[in-house]
Design a protein around this ligand. Structure first.
Ligand SMILES: NC(=O)c1ccc[n+]([C@@H]2O[C@H](COP(=O)([O-])OP(=O)(O)OC[C@H]3O[C@@H](n4cnc5c(N)ncnc54)[C@H](O)[C@@H]3O)[C@@H](O)[C@H]2O)c1
Length: 258
């Protein structure tokens, strides 16, 4: 990938994009994709090493970015992140609220309260807190586009992942509610619902046997690549999606078509 240079090749030139959970996986791929479109990118994550690695990757390709360490479960850290974005780049056009965890897989009965609270805090409350701080900044500009990270687990049930499934269904709900609230204010809010994508979250390094299970679920017989989700997020943010809001966009190799 190289960062686009010509005006026709940089449709997001002069725009500002924020991606949470961008130290790794889908968030990193999307941050790189925003930069490739010419956007200046704010990276946020609790993983500073990974975040700085994404920063280097963008800068190596001639892009402009900043990394802010922020835990999306903490309101004051999210507020400080958005303040930093405003200070550094003067505003916000696109936000990808992507940070997430799977938690500990278990049956519903065995799911601990701690696991439930942690998964809901990162995947659901984190998205809410980010939107709560991002929207006022977008309202100042009179426009904006937000993409919230849901999952196929936001559309269908998955056994032994009650908190994850609930959190991702919750993301679909809050996306729809907020999309209605801001539809006339020029802010579009959508959710992306990936199938199984090859990233560290699947823990295939430590549990390679799980790959067979994921492949069996995927109609295409392969896992998705982070870049295949990134292009969908960038499209949802772009002017090409100007009449798309409150939508849940599956990018899942056909998994929920079963
Ligand atoms: N990979 C998949 O198969 C898949 C499928 C559907 C949805 N998703 C969702 O995609 C998102 C990104 O996951 P990924 O697959 O790229 O995994 P990943 O583990 O590579 O990336 C997740 C990132 O989120 C960050 N993060 C975790 N908790 C955080 C917090 N409290 N504050 C800020 N950052 C935090 C992590 O440090 C990490 O960099 C998640 O929300 C995940 O649920 C992934």
């Amino acid at each position: 990938m190289t960062v686009a240079r010509g005006p026709e090749e940089s449709p997001m030139e002069g725009k500002v994009a924020l991606a949470t959970g961008s130290a790794s996986g889908i968030g990193r791929a999307t941050a790189l994709a925003f930069a490739e479109q010419g956007a200046r990118v704010a990276l946020a994550d609790i993983d500073s090493d990974g975040g700085h690695q994404t920063l280097r990757l963008i800068r190596q390709k001639g892009g402009e970015a900043v990394f802010v360490r922020a835990d999306v479960t903490r309101a004051h850290e999210v507020e400080a992140l958005i303040d930093e974005v405003a200070r550094t780049f003067g505003g916000l056009d696109y936000a990808f609220n992507n940070a997430g965890i799977v938690g500990t897989p278990s049956s519903t009965v065995e799911c601990t309260e701690e696991n439930w609270d942690q998964v809901i805090a990162v995947n659901l409350k984190g998205v809410f807190l980010c939107m709560k701080s991002e929207i006022p900044l977008m309202l100042k500009r009179g426009h904006g586009a937000i993409v919230n990270m849901s999952s196929i687990a936001g559309l269908v049930g998955i056994r032994r992942n009650i908190a994850y499934v609930a959190s991702k269904h919750g993301v679909v709900g809050l996306t729809r509610a907020a999309a209605l609230e801001y539809a006339q204010a020029g802010i579009r809010i959508n959710a992306v619902c990936p199938g199984f994508v090859r990233t560290p979250i699947l823990k295939l390094d430590t549990n390679p046997a799980m790959e067979r299970h994921y492949l069996a679920a995927e109609p295409m017989g392969r896992l998705g690549r982070p870049e295949e989700i990134a292009v969908a997020v960038v499209w949802l943010c772009s002017d090409s999606a100007s009449f798309v809001t409150g939508h849940t966009f599956s990018v899942d190799g056909g998994l929920v078509a079963r």
